[in-house]
Design a binder for this molecule. Structure first.
Ligand code: UT7
Length: 306
């Protein structure tokens, strides 16, 4: 018995901030932001638990189950509502269920970590039959809106997946790593705003993601040519293009939402997944790579047979 994703749901806050809006009060332009990042607009004003609950509710509905069928809630986030309790407890509360729950913080790579952790839990003795894995972040609350180096990139959003035991679908390979010595290139202290050395993060991300996808593919006994769908962390379209060039994967195989969402951190891989599903790209047997990177510096990739 393996595990499939039975339903995907998303949530984005209502308020849209366009590049033109940002250019009103900082020295930047729509043209520069689009050319350097691929981002056109982002959603702001989100609360992590609210977006996560909405995405979870949508995923449960899509999976054709009810909240009582969920046996564990895993939330990947680096922007919890409070220091404690874990924000996942409030998602369980909102769903009206009393199963186990936990938060995972791997910053922007969180969904890949969460998926692999959930998969392992479900296959362990007595593990849950059905789990919610959610990626949700509200980084707009931690952006310095006068810093053009970061304000142009981040937005709020959430995506959720219902994982269930099934003969369809399997985790084929995985690769995770951190370089803790790179903390200084991207961090956010308590009660403060995001600090980032953009160019350095960019360079490191391209290298780390390329190597990570290669490692996960090798484990799966596959090559880049076997990949049908890439669900990359949505940070910058040029990072995605650079990784695809290095791996010789056509950009057409990637599914991207960043033009309209910006970088939603842990929300970005499941948001890209929902877009891929919408495009009809996720069929039984499809080989999918989810790959993320971010603060830590942490990265992670999973190769999945849909
Ligand atoms: O989840 C992980 C999160 N982080 C990332 O993935 C970030 C990765 N990094 C990036 O996406 C890019 O580094 C940025 C989009 C942040 C910046 O793009 P870049 O191509 O690396 O630009 P840069 O920092 O090298 O700056 C190039 C020029 C500089 O001017 P000079 O020195 O050449 O005169 C900057 O001052 O562009 C200037 N600049 C801007 N101009 C207009 C920097 N930010 C802006 C801006 N608008 N927003």
């Amino acid at each position: 018995m393996t595990i499939r994703i039975a339903g995907i749901g998303t949530s984005l806050p209502a308020k849209v901030v366009t590049n033109h809006d940002l250019a009103q009060h900082m020295d930047t332009s729509d043209e520069w932001i689009r050319e350097r990042s691929g981002i056109g607009e982002r959603r702001v004003g989100g609360i992590t638990s609210e977006m996560a609950l909405e995405a979870a509710t949508n995923a449960i509905e899509k999976a054709g189950v009810v909240p009582a069928d969920i046996e564990f809630v895993l939330l990947a986030t680096c922007t919890p509502d409070q220091i404690f309790p874990a924000t996942s407890t409030q998602i369980a509360r909102g769903l009206g269920i009393r199963c186990g729950s936990m938060d995972v913080n791997a910053a922007c790579a969180g969904f890949a970590y969460g998926y692999a952790a959930a998969y392992g839990m479900m296959l362990s003795p007595g593990g849950p039959d059905r789990m919610l894995v959610i990626g949700a972040d509200s980084l707009s609350n931690f952006v310095n809106w006068t810093d053009r180096g970061t304000a142009i990139l981040f937005g709020d959003g959430a995506g959720a997946a219902v994982l269930e035991r099934h003969e369809q679908g399997a985790l084929l390979g995985q690769d995770f790593g951190v370089a803790g010595d790179l903390r200084e290139i991207l961090y956010c202290d308590h009660d403060d705003t995001i600090v980032m050395e953009g160019r350095e993060v960019f360079k490191r991300a391209v290298r780390a993601v390329t190597q990570s996808v290669q490692n996960a593919l090798e484990q799966a006994g596959l090559t880049a040519a076997d990949i049908d769908v890439v669900l990359p962390h949505q940070a910058n379209i040029r990072i995605i293009e650079a990784v695809c060039t290095r791996l010789a994967i056509p950009m057409e195989k990637t599914h991207n939402v960043l033009e309209h969402t910006g970088n939603t951190s842990a929300g970005s891989i499941p948001l890209a997944m929902a877009a891929a599903e919408e495009a009809g790209a996720l069929q039984p047997g499809t080989i999918v790579v989810m790959t993320g990177f971010g603060a830590g510096m942490a990265w992670g990739s999973v190769v999945v047979r849909w």
